[in-house]
Write a protein that binds this ligand. Structure first.
Ligand code: PLP
Length: 418
């Protein structure tokens, strides 16, 4: 880890915190020096010291085709070589918008931005413009990005982001967002009773990606939609992590419940920065110049991201892609459960297709902390078994694994053997 060590020291001088910063990066066995990655190809990563890893994190989700998929890198190269024009409409943007609309029927009009955070924030601004109301109800554990302070303050993050102090937001502003438990429609009902006329929107991840792959209970989303509409509020689905994750389209086709507006990001950028939001046409007409919700963005709809997104969806449209993810996911899930049993470790797994979340009990974490010197990190013993073999995991009580279409049966076998 010599080169990583040097780069880390350099980074400490120049870069401040955040999930992707060196201070939170993948640290390798037992904590220590964060690993700097140099190259990604398919399901693999190589760090700056030449160590090879099987990557199950996929840059927190966007990399579903594997690193450097040739169809996507060619598309990006072409867009760049054609002279990347900003601030003008392009054919690529039209084409990509149509592909998203064709895949997700509730999108009558879409608009591109540069990140999932921007997409969510803009849906809220549009909902406020449409309803002339200000407050938003969200669900505990759902994550909606890092920028809108009220969302962060209301408990977007699974850990310390949950308090106004840690988000740097005065509690008066934090009151603009009300947080209720996921899968609890009666809590939503009560909140709507209390704040009724003030609620512009109800915002939810239809399948929660950020505290695990948590699916809605039967009837939950249906009830959410009914209560939201009865109250004259808009239903916004945050599909930044779910769109194109489980099938060619969004979680709403899977759950059968559609949203008034949808925010997207991650996978749809094919690895480049992107966000998109869309919805019913009369709502989307709140966006300027037709309506009051100003929307700009120097890089919005930039041709390189559009080209990457189109190419990514073309790859995902091929036959058998999601079946492969399901097969690999199933294999990994079964293998992990068997392994956990063998080592006497309590773990539960939520899985949908190629996305898995492992949960470790508090007891398991405590056992591990007492047994090992982990440099203050909360690794479970199970993680160490993985980490010793150079498998890429971030420290957590629960851990999401994202398979890509580049992973193979052999990768899973090797992981389980490790
Ligand atoms: N919403 C959800 C559901 C997400 O998973 C994320 C990112 O993890 C975001 C919003 C924020 O997206 P971005 O990190 O692109 O700003």
């Amino acid at each position: 880890r010599e080169t990583s060590e040097k780069l880390y020291q350099e980074a400490e001088e120049h870069i401040v915190g955040g999930v992707n910063s060196p201070s939170r990066a993948f640290k390798g066995v037992g904590g220590g020096t964060p690993v700097f990655m140099e190259k990604g190809q398919g399901a693999y990563f190589w760090d700056v010291d030449g160590n090879k890893y099987i990557d199950y994190l996929g840059a927190y989700g966007p990399i579903i085709t594997g690193h450097a998929h040739p169809h996507i890198t060619d598309a990006i190269t072409n867009a760049a070589q054609n002279g990347v024009l900003y601030g003008t409409p392009t054919k690529l943007e039209n084409k990509f918008a149509k592909m998203l609309k064709d895949a997700i029927p509730s999108l009558e009009k879409v608009r591109f931005v540069n990140s999932g955070t921007e997409a969510v924030m803009t849906t809220i601004r549009v909902a406020r413009a449409y309803t002339n109301r200000t407050k938003v109800i969200k669900f505990a554990g759902c994550y909606h990005g890092h920028s809108d302070p009220v969302l962060v303050a209301a408990g977007s993050g699974p850990s310390t982001l949950g308090t106004p102090d840690s988000a740097g937001v005065p509690s008066s502003i934090a009151k603009e967002v009300i947080t209720v438990p996921f899968n609890d429609a009666s809590a939503l009902d009560e909140a709507l009773d209390q704040y009724g006329d003030d609620i512009a929107a109800v915002l939810v991840e239809p399948i929660v990606g950020n505290f695990g792959i948590v699916e809605p209970k039967p009837g939950f989303l249906e009830k959410v939609k009914e209560l939201t509409h009865q109250n004259g509020s808009l239903l916004i689905f945050d599909e930044v992590i779910t769109a194109f994750r489980f099938h060619y389209g969004s979680a709403q086709e899977l759950t059968g419940i559609t949203a008034d507006m949808t925010a997207m990001g991650k996978i749809i950028g094919g690895g480049l920065p992107i966000g998109a939001y869309g919805g019913l046409v009369d709502i989307m007409e709140q966006v300027a110049p037709l309506g009051p919700a100003y929307q700009a963005g120097t890089m919005s709809g930039n041709p390189a991201s559009m080209a990457a997104g189109i190419a990514c969806l073309e790859v995902l449209k091929e036959d058998g892609v999601y079946e492969k993810l399901n097969h690999l996911g199933e294999k990994l899930e079964h293998g992990m459960l068997k392994l956990a049993e063998k080592h006497g470790i309590s773990v539960s797994i939520n899985r949908l297709k190629g996305a898995l979340t492992l949960y470790f009990t508090d007891e398991e974490i405590t056992n591990y902390e007492q047994a090992e010197n982990t440099d203050g990190e909360m690794f479970a013993r199970f993680f160490k078994l993985m980490l010793d073999q150079g498998i890429n995991l971030a420290p957590s009580k629960y851990e999401a694994w994202f398979l890509t279409i580049a992973h193979t049966d052999e990768d899973i076998d090797k992981t389980l053997e490790a």
